[in-house]
Design a binder for this molecule. Structure first.
Ligand SMILES: [Zn+2]
Length: 459
Protein backbone atom coordinates (compact mmCIF):
# COMPACT_ATOMS: atom_id res chain seq x y z
CA UNK A 1 0.00 0.00 0.00
CA UNK A 2 2.74 2.49 0.50
CA UNK A 3 3.41 1.95 -3.21
CA UNK A 4 0.04 3.32 -4.14
CA UNK A 5 0.39 6.21 -1.72
CA UNK A 6 3.77 7.13 -3.12
CA UNK A 7 2.56 6.84 -6.67
CA UNK A 8 -0.09 9.40 -5.89
CA UNK A 9 2.45 11.65 -4.29
CA UNK A 10 0.57 11.51 -1.04
CA UNK A 11 2.35 9.87 1.81
CA UNK A 12 5.81 8.41 1.52
CA UNK A 13 6.92 7.17 4.93
CA UNK A 14 8.21 10.13 6.85
CA UNK A 15 10.93 10.50 9.36
CA UNK A 16 9.36 10.43 12.78
CA UNK A 17 6.67 7.96 11.95
CA UNK A 18 6.37 4.91 14.13
CA UNK A 19 9.14 2.51 13.26
CA UNK A 20 7.08 -0.16 11.59
CA UNK A 21 9.66 -2.84 12.36
CA UNK A 22 9.26 -5.81 10.12
CA UNK A 23 7.91 -8.52 12.37
CA UNK A 24 10.26 -11.42 12.84
CA UNK A 25 8.36 -14.06 11.07
CA UNK A 26 8.15 -16.62 8.39
CA UNK A 27 9.17 -14.20 5.64
CA UNK A 28 11.85 -16.68 4.72
CA UNK A 29 14.80 -16.56 2.38
CA UNK A 30 12.70 -16.34 -0.74
CA UNK A 31 11.66 -12.97 0.54
CA UNK A 32 7.94 -13.21 0.36
CA UNK A 33 6.13 -10.30 1.97
CA UNK A 34 4.73 -10.94 5.41
CA UNK A 35 1.66 -13.15 5.40
CA UNK A 36 -1.62 -11.39 5.15
CA UNK A 37 -4.08 -11.78 8.02
CA UNK A 38 -5.58 -14.73 6.16
CA UNK A 39 -2.30 -16.63 6.47
CA UNK A 40 -0.57 -17.04 3.13
CA UNK A 41 1.06 -14.40 0.96
CA UNK A 42 -0.51 -13.73 -2.39
CA UNK A 43 2.60 -15.06 -4.10
CA UNK A 44 2.49 -18.34 -2.18
CA UNK A 45 -1.21 -18.73 -2.91
CA UNK A 46 -0.57 -18.25 -6.60
CA UNK A 47 2.21 -20.81 -6.59
CA UNK A 48 0.10 -23.31 -4.68
CA UNK A 49 -2.78 -22.91 -7.05
CA UNK A 50 -0.38 -23.25 -9.98
CA UNK A 51 0.98 -26.44 -8.44
CA UNK A 52 -2.51 -27.79 -7.84
CA UNK A 53 -3.40 -27.16 -11.44
CA UNK A 54 -0.12 -28.62 -12.66
CA UNK A 55 -0.45 -31.75 -10.56
CA UNK A 56 -3.93 -32.19 -11.96
CA UNK A 57 -2.65 -31.77 -15.50
CA UNK A 58 0.43 -33.87 -14.92
CA UNK A 59 -1.72 -36.74 -13.69
CA UNK A 60 0.87 -38.47 -11.50
CA UNK A 61 4.18 -37.04 -12.78
CA UNK A 62 7.03 -37.45 -10.30
CA UNK A 63 7.80 -34.83 -7.67
CA UNK A 64 10.89 -33.43 -9.40
CA UNK A 65 9.10 -32.44 -12.52
CA UNK A 66 6.37 -30.93 -10.38
CA UNK A 67 8.91 -28.79 -8.57
CA UNK A 68 10.43 -27.76 -11.87
CA UNK A 69 7.01 -26.94 -13.17
CA UNK A 70 6.33 -24.94 -10.04
CA UNK A 71 9.52 -22.93 -10.58
CA UNK A 72 8.58 -22.34 -14.20
CA UNK A 73 5.12 -21.24 -13.11
CA UNK A 74 6.67 -18.87 -10.59
CA UNK A 75 8.94 -17.28 -13.20
CA UNK A 76 6.06 -17.09 -15.65
CA UNK A 77 3.87 -15.43 -13.04
CA UNK A 78 6.63 -12.91 -12.25
CA UNK A 79 7.01 -12.13 -15.93
CA UNK A 80 3.28 -11.74 -16.31
CA UNK A 81 3.14 -9.33 -13.38
CA UNK A 82 6.02 -7.33 -14.84
CA UNK A 83 4.38 -7.24 -18.25
CA UNK A 84 1.16 -6.02 -16.64
CA UNK A 85 3.08 -3.29 -14.86
CA UNK A 86 4.78 -2.32 -18.12
CA UNK A 87 1.39 -2.11 -19.81
CA UNK A 88 -0.01 -0.06 -16.92
CA UNK A 89 2.84 2.36 -17.24
CA UNK A 90 2.01 2.95 -20.87
CA UNK A 91 4.40 4.50 -23.35
CA UNK A 92 4.11 8.14 -22.43
CA UNK A 93 7.01 10.49 -21.68
CA UNK A 94 7.54 9.43 -18.07
CA UNK A 95 6.80 5.74 -18.19
CA UNK A 96 7.49 4.83 -14.56
CA UNK A 97 5.25 5.71 -11.67
CA UNK A 98 7.66 5.77 -8.77
CA UNK A 99 10.55 8.11 -9.45
CA UNK A 100 13.05 9.25 -6.89
CA UNK A 101 12.31 12.89 -7.68
CA UNK A 102 8.58 12.37 -7.22
CA UNK A 103 9.29 10.43 -4.04
CA UNK A 104 11.32 13.35 -2.79
CA UNK A 105 8.54 15.74 -3.72
CA UNK A 106 6.30 13.58 -1.51
CA UNK A 107 8.62 14.05 1.43
CA UNK A 108 10.98 11.11 0.99
CA UNK A 109 14.55 11.99 1.88
CA UNK A 110 17.20 9.66 0.48
CA UNK A 111 19.67 10.85 3.12
CA UNK A 112 17.48 10.39 6.14
CA UNK A 113 14.73 8.00 5.13
CA UNK A 114 13.66 5.26 7.48
CA UNK A 115 13.76 2.58 4.86
CA UNK A 116 12.81 -0.09 7.35
CA UNK A 117 9.26 1.26 7.41
CA UNK A 118 8.82 0.38 3.72
CA UNK A 119 7.32 -2.92 2.70
CA UNK A 120 9.29 -5.36 0.56
CA UNK A 121 7.41 -4.49 -2.64
CA UNK A 122 8.24 -0.80 -2.28
CA UNK A 123 11.87 -1.63 -1.51
CA UNK A 124 12.08 -3.73 -4.68
CA UNK A 125 10.49 -0.94 -6.70
CA UNK A 126 13.00 1.54 -5.34
CA UNK A 127 15.84 -0.76 -6.41
CA UNK A 128 14.35 -1.10 -9.88
CA UNK A 129 13.92 2.65 -10.17
CA UNK A 130 17.51 3.36 -9.27
CA UNK A 131 18.82 0.95 -11.89
CA UNK A 132 16.49 2.29 -14.57
CA UNK A 133 17.21 5.91 -13.71
CA UNK A 134 20.95 5.42 -13.64
CA UNK A 135 20.76 3.75 -17.07
CA UNK A 136 18.79 6.72 -18.31
CA UNK A 137 21.31 9.18 -16.87
CA UNK A 138 24.17 7.22 -18.44
CA UNK A 139 22.48 7.61 -21.84
CA UNK A 140 22.04 3.87 -22.25
CA UNK A 141 19.42 2.54 -24.63
CA UNK A 142 16.12 1.94 -22.93
CA UNK A 143 16.67 -0.94 -20.54
CA UNK A 144 14.04 -3.62 -20.32
CA UNK A 145 12.03 -2.94 -17.18
CA UNK A 146 11.08 -6.61 -17.22
CA UNK A 147 14.71 -7.73 -16.96
CA UNK A 148 15.32 -5.22 -14.17
CA UNK A 149 12.21 -6.43 -12.34
CA UNK A 150 13.21 -10.09 -12.66
CA UNK A 151 16.80 -9.35 -11.60
CA UNK A 152 15.76 -7.37 -8.51
CA UNK A 153 13.23 -10.05 -7.52
CA UNK A 154 15.93 -12.72 -7.67
CA UNK A 155 18.42 -10.59 -5.70
CA UNK A 156 15.80 -9.81 -3.04
CA UNK A 157 15.10 -13.53 -2.66
CA UNK A 158 18.68 -14.06 -1.45
CA UNK A 159 18.37 -11.72 1.55
CA UNK A 160 16.97 -13.30 4.69
CA UNK A 161 14.31 -11.60 6.79
CA UNK A 162 15.73 -13.44 9.81
CA UNK A 163 18.87 -11.30 9.76
CA UNK A 164 18.67 -8.01 11.66
CA UNK A 165 21.26 -5.86 9.96
CA UNK A 166 22.43 -7.54 6.73
CA UNK A 167 18.89 -7.66 5.37
CA UNK A 168 17.38 -6.63 2.06
CA UNK A 169 16.66 -3.26 3.66
CA UNK A 170 20.41 -2.81 4.21
CA UNK A 171 20.97 -3.69 0.52
CA UNK A 172 18.40 -1.06 -0.49
CA UNK A 173 20.03 1.47 1.83
CA UNK A 174 23.50 0.78 0.40
CA UNK A 175 22.15 0.90 -3.16
CA UNK A 176 20.53 4.25 -2.38
CA UNK A 177 23.83 5.56 -0.98
CA UNK A 178 25.70 4.26 -4.05
CA UNK A 179 23.11 5.87 -6.32
CA UNK A 180 23.53 9.23 -4.56
CA UNK A 181 27.34 8.96 -4.60
CA UNK A 182 27.25 8.23 -8.33
CA UNK A 183 24.73 10.92 -9.23
CA UNK A 184 24.24 13.74 -6.72
CA UNK A 185 27.78 13.56 -5.32
CA UNK A 186 29.46 13.34 -8.72
CA UNK A 187 31.01 9.85 -8.69
CA UNK A 188 29.74 9.16 -12.21
CA UNK A 189 31.82 12.02 -13.62
CA UNK A 190 35.00 10.04 -13.03
CA UNK A 191 33.68 6.75 -14.38
CA UNK A 192 32.44 5.11 -17.57
CA UNK A 193 28.74 4.23 -17.77
CA UNK A 194 29.59 0.52 -17.46
CA UNK A 195 31.47 1.23 -14.20
CA UNK A 196 28.55 3.17 -12.73
CA UNK A 197 26.07 0.43 -13.62
CA UNK A 198 28.41 -2.26 -12.26
CA UNK A 199 28.76 -0.44 -8.93
CA UNK A 200 25.00 -0.13 -8.55
CA UNK A 201 24.61 -3.85 -9.31
CA UNK A 202 27.42 -4.59 -6.84
CA UNK A 203 25.59 -2.57 -4.17
CA UNK A 204 22.41 -4.58 -4.74
CA UNK A 205 24.17 -7.95 -4.43
CA UNK A 206 26.97 -7.04 -2.01
CA UNK A 207 25.51 -8.93 1.01
CA UNK A 208 23.32 -11.48 -0.81
CA UNK A 209 22.94 -14.68 1.18
CA UNK A 210 24.35 -13.09 4.37
CA UNK A 211 23.59 -15.44 7.27
CA UNK A 212 24.09 -12.78 9.98
CA UNK A 213 27.27 -14.50 11.13
CA UNK A 214 30.69 -12.93 10.42
CA UNK A 215 33.72 -14.21 8.53
CA UNK A 216 35.62 -14.91 11.78
CA UNK A 217 32.64 -17.00 12.92
CA UNK A 218 32.68 -18.98 9.65
CA UNK A 219 36.38 -19.60 10.09
CA UNK A 220 36.21 -20.50 13.78
CA UNK A 221 33.45 -23.01 13.17
CA UNK A 222 34.86 -24.26 9.83
CA UNK A 223 31.38 -23.83 8.44
CA UNK A 224 29.89 -25.19 5.25
CA UNK A 225 30.51 -21.79 3.66
CA UNK A 226 34.23 -22.05 4.41
CA UNK A 227 34.41 -25.38 2.62
CA UNK A 228 32.62 -23.82 -0.32
CA UNK A 229 34.29 -20.39 -0.55
CA UNK A 230 37.52 -20.71 1.44
CA UNK A 231 38.66 -19.00 4.63
CA UNK A 232 39.55 -15.67 3.04
CA UNK A 233 36.63 -13.29 2.55
CA UNK A 234 34.25 -16.23 2.82
CA UNK A 235 31.05 -14.20 2.83
CA UNK A 236 32.16 -11.71 0.19
CA UNK A 237 33.05 -14.57 -2.19
CA UNK A 238 29.58 -16.00 -1.61
CA UNK A 239 27.90 -12.61 -2.29
CA UNK A 240 29.87 -12.28 -5.53
CA UNK A 241 29.04 -15.82 -6.60
CA UNK A 242 25.32 -15.30 -5.97
CA UNK A 243 25.30 -11.97 -7.83
CA UNK A 244 27.09 -13.40 -10.82
CA UNK A 245 24.96 -16.50 -11.02
CA UNK A 246 21.84 -14.30 -11.02
CA UNK A 247 23.33 -12.21 -13.83
CA UNK A 248 23.93 -15.42 -15.81
CA UNK A 249 20.33 -16.61 -15.33
CA UNK A 250 17.98 -16.24 -18.28
CA UNK A 251 16.03 -13.02 -18.20
CA UNK A 252 18.17 -11.50 -15.41
CA UNK A 253 21.20 -10.03 -17.17
CA UNK A 254 20.67 -6.32 -16.59
CA UNK A 255 24.11 -5.50 -18.02
CA UNK A 256 23.17 -7.16 -21.28
CA UNK A 257 19.80 -5.42 -21.18
CA UNK A 258 21.65 -2.11 -20.78
CA UNK A 259 23.32 -2.81 -24.11
CA UNK A 260 26.87 -3.57 -22.91
CA UNK A 261 29.07 -5.74 -25.13
CA UNK A 262 30.40 -9.10 -23.93
CA UNK A 263 33.76 -7.43 -23.28
CA UNK A 264 32.15 -4.65 -21.23
CA UNK A 265 30.15 -7.23 -19.27
CA UNK A 266 33.34 -9.14 -18.48
CA UNK A 267 34.88 -5.89 -17.22
CA UNK A 268 31.77 -5.14 -15.13
CA UNK A 269 31.99 -8.58 -13.58
CA UNK A 270 35.65 -7.97 -12.67
CA UNK A 271 34.77 -4.60 -11.17
CA UNK A 272 31.87 -6.05 -9.16
CA UNK A 273 34.18 -8.71 -7.70
CA UNK A 274 36.91 -6.17 -6.91
CA UNK A 275 34.48 -3.77 -5.23
CA UNK A 276 32.60 -6.38 -3.18
CA UNK A 277 35.86 -7.89 -1.92
CA UNK A 278 36.71 -4.37 -0.70
CA UNK A 279 33.67 -4.38 1.60
CA UNK A 280 35.42 -7.01 3.76
CA UNK A 281 36.49 -4.80 6.65
CA UNK A 282 39.65 -6.84 7.20
CA UNK A 283 40.96 -5.31 3.94
CA UNK A 284 40.53 -1.77 5.27
CA UNK A 285 44.23 -0.89 5.66
CA UNK A 286 45.18 -2.37 2.26
CA UNK A 287 42.35 -0.53 0.52
CA UNK A 288 43.23 2.79 2.13
CA UNK A 289 46.97 2.37 1.45
CA UNK A 290 46.31 1.56 -2.21
CA UNK A 291 44.00 4.55 -2.46
CA UNK A 292 46.57 6.92 -0.96
CA UNK A 293 49.28 5.53 -3.23
CA UNK A 294 47.15 6.13 -6.29
CA UNK A 295 45.54 9.47 -5.50
CA UNK A 296 47.62 10.86 -2.66
CA UNK A 297 46.14 12.03 0.59
CA UNK A 298 43.75 14.40 -1.13
CA UNK A 299 41.84 16.13 1.58
CA UNK A 300 41.96 13.12 3.86
CA UNK A 301 44.37 14.76 6.28
CA UNK A 302 42.34 17.97 6.39
CA UNK A 303 39.21 18.57 8.39
CA UNK A 304 35.76 18.39 6.95
CA UNK A 305 36.12 21.98 5.68
CA UNK A 306 39.46 21.36 4.04
CA UNK A 307 38.17 18.48 2.00
CA UNK A 308 35.69 20.59 0.11
CA UNK A 309 38.24 22.53 -1.95
CA UNK A 310 38.54 20.44 -5.13
CA UNK A 311 38.46 16.80 -6.12
CA UNK A 312 41.69 14.91 -5.59
CA UNK A 313 40.77 12.99 -8.74
CA UNK A 314 41.08 16.04 -10.98
CA UNK A 315 44.03 15.77 -13.33
CA UNK A 316 44.24 11.97 -13.06
CA UNK A 317 43.96 9.74 -16.07
CA UNK A 318 41.17 7.36 -15.22
CA UNK A 319 42.71 4.15 -16.48
CA UNK A 320 41.33 0.74 -15.53
CA UNK A 321 43.19 0.58 -12.22
CA UNK A 322 41.94 4.04 -11.25
CA UNK A 323 38.34 3.21 -12.23
CA UNK A 324 38.51 0.07 -10.12
CA UNK A 325 39.85 1.98 -7.12
CA UNK A 326 37.14 4.64 -7.44
CA UNK A 327 34.44 1.98 -7.79
CA UNK A 328 35.70 0.18 -4.70
CA UNK A 329 35.83 3.36 -2.62
CA UNK A 330 32.31 4.27 -3.74
CA UNK A 331 30.94 0.89 -2.66
CA UNK A 332 32.81 0.94 0.66
CA UNK A 333 31.46 4.42 1.37
CA UNK A 334 27.95 3.33 0.41
CA UNK A 335 28.21 0.23 2.62
CA UNK A 336 28.90 2.50 5.59
CA UNK A 337 26.29 5.01 4.41
CA UNK A 338 24.13 4.48 7.51
CA UNK A 339 26.89 6.19 9.55
CA UNK A 340 26.34 9.35 7.49
CA UNK A 341 22.62 9.48 8.29
CA UNK A 342 21.05 11.80 10.83
CA UNK A 343 21.79 10.63 14.38
CA UNK A 344 18.44 8.94 15.06
CA UNK A 345 18.64 6.94 11.82
CA UNK A 346 22.30 6.03 12.38
CA UNK A 347 21.44 4.87 15.90
CA UNK A 348 18.67 2.62 14.59
CA UNK A 349 21.10 0.86 12.23
CA UNK A 350 23.62 0.49 15.06
CA UNK A 351 20.92 -1.14 17.19
CA UNK A 352 20.18 -3.59 14.39
CA UNK A 353 23.86 -4.50 14.20
CA UNK A 354 23.91 -5.02 17.97
CA UNK A 355 20.94 -7.41 17.70
CA UNK A 356 22.66 -9.33 14.92
CA UNK A 357 25.89 -9.50 16.94
CA UNK A 358 23.98 -10.68 20.03
CA UNK A 359 22.45 -13.49 18.00
CA UNK A 360 25.95 -14.53 16.93
CA UNK A 361 27.20 -14.28 20.53
CA UNK A 362 24.45 -16.65 21.62
CA UNK A 363 25.59 -19.15 18.97
CA UNK A 364 29.23 -18.70 20.03
CA UNK A 365 28.40 -19.44 23.65
CA UNK A 366 26.62 -22.58 22.53
CA UNK A 367 29.60 -23.69 20.43
CA UNK A 368 32.23 -22.45 22.90
CA UNK A 369 34.02 -20.20 20.40
CA UNK A 370 34.98 -16.56 20.84
CA UNK A 371 35.51 -14.47 17.72
CA UNK A 372 34.82 -11.15 19.42
CA UNK A 373 37.64 -10.94 21.93
CA UNK A 374 35.33 -11.31 24.93
CA UNK A 375 38.03 -13.13 26.88
CA UNK A 376 40.53 -10.39 26.07
CA UNK A 377 38.05 -7.80 27.35
CA UNK A 378 37.51 -6.04 24.00
CA UNK A 379 34.80 -3.39 24.11
CA UNK A 380 31.38 -4.94 23.73
CA UNK A 381 30.50 -4.87 20.06
CA UNK A 382 27.88 -2.23 19.46
CA UNK A 383 28.57 -0.35 22.68
CA UNK A 384 28.97 3.41 22.31
CA UNK A 385 32.71 3.04 22.85
CA UNK A 386 33.00 0.43 20.10
CA UNK A 387 30.90 2.60 17.77
CA UNK A 388 33.14 5.59 18.43
CA UNK A 389 36.24 3.52 17.67
CA UNK A 390 34.62 2.09 14.55
CA UNK A 391 33.99 5.65 13.35
CA UNK A 392 37.49 6.77 14.21
CA UNK A 393 39.38 3.94 12.54
CA UNK A 394 37.08 2.81 9.77
CA UNK A 395 34.32 5.25 8.84
CA UNK A 396 36.14 8.56 9.12
CA UNK A 397 39.21 7.61 7.02
CA UNK A 398 36.99 6.24 4.23
CA UNK A 399 34.60 9.19 4.33
CA UNK A 400 37.49 11.68 4.30
CA UNK A 401 38.91 10.01 1.19
CA UNK A 402 35.43 9.99 -0.38
CA UNK A 403 34.85 13.67 0.43
CA UNK A 404 38.27 14.52 -1.03
CA UNK A 405 37.38 12.65 -4.21
CA UNK A 406 33.75 13.81 -4.40
CA UNK A 407 33.62 17.21 -2.64
CA UNK A 408 29.82 17.29 -2.57
CA UNK A 409 29.94 14.30 -0.21
CA UNK A 410 31.37 16.63 2.42
CA UNK A 411 27.88 16.81 3.93
CA UNK A 412 28.03 13.04 4.52
CA UNK A 413 31.44 13.37 6.16
CA UNK A 414 30.22 16.18 8.42
CA UNK A 415 27.22 14.16 9.56
CA UNK A 416 29.46 11.14 10.25
CA UNK A 417 31.83 13.28 12.31
CA UNK A 418 28.87 14.61 14.27
CA UNK A 419 27.68 11.03 14.90
CA UNK A 420 31.17 10.08 16.06
CA UNK A 421 30.99 12.89 18.63
CA UNK A 422 27.60 11.61 19.76
CA UNK A 423 28.97 8.09 20.28
CA UNK A 424 31.93 9.43 22.23
CA UNK A 425 29.61 11.54 24.39
CA UNK A 426 27.41 8.50 25.00
CA UNK A 427 30.51 6.48 25.87
CA UNK A 428 31.70 9.08 28.37
CA UNK A 429 28.24 9.31 29.89
CA UNK A 430 28.05 5.52 30.20
CA UNK A 431 31.43 5.53 31.95
CA UNK A 432 30.18 8.29 34.22
CA UNK A 433 27.01 6.41 35.07
CA UNK A 434 28.93 3.25 35.91
CA UNK A 435 31.53 4.79 38.22
CA UNK A 436 30.21 6.00 41.57
CA UNK A 437 31.18 9.50 42.55
CA UNK A 438 32.16 10.42 39.01
CA UNK A 439 32.74 14.16 38.86
CA UNK A 440 31.65 14.55 35.28
CA UNK A 441 28.42 16.45 35.05
CA UNK A 442 26.53 16.67 31.80
CA UNK A 443 28.25 20.01 31.15
CA UNK A 444 31.60 18.57 32.07
CA UNK A 445 31.27 15.91 29.38
CA UNK A 446 31.72 18.44 26.60
CA UNK A 447 34.90 19.75 28.22
CA UNK A 448 36.22 16.25 28.82
CA UNK A 449 35.53 15.40 25.21
CA UNK A 450 37.41 18.49 23.95
CA UNK A 451 40.30 17.66 26.23
CA UNK A 452 40.36 14.07 25.01
CA UNK A 453 40.31 15.32 21.41
CA UNK A 454 43.09 17.81 22.16
CA UNK A 455 45.23 15.13 23.76
CA UNK A 456 44.67 12.87 20.79
CA UNK A 457 45.55 15.59 18.29
CA UNK A 458 48.74 16.36 20.23
CA UNK A 459 49.73 12.68 20.31
ZN1 LIG B 1 26.81 -4.35 3.64
Amino acid sequence: MPRRQIAEGAAAPQQGEPGGEPAAGPGGPRGEPEPEPGGETTRRRRIRSAVRQLSFEAGGEDATSLVEAREAAFVKEKEKQAAEREAERGADESPRRVRLDSLEAAGFSPQSSRLWSFDRETEEELMEEMLLQLAEMCGLPKMSALTVHTFVGRVAGHYSDEVDFHSFTHAVDVTLSAFLLLTRYGGREHLQPVDAMAILVAAMCHDAGHPGLTNPFQKATQSELVSQYGEEATLERMHISIGQSILRSPGCNVLDAAGFSAEEQAWASELIEFAVLGTDLSTQSTVMAEWAEMFGDGGSAAGAEGAAASSCLCGFTMDEAARKAVGRLLLKTADLGCCAKPWAVAQHWAERLVRETQAQTAKELELLVDTQGREAGSPVAGSAGAQAKFHQYVVTPIFRAAAAAFPAFNEGLEQALENERQWRCAHLLAGCASSRGCALTLMGVGRALSEAEGAEAAA
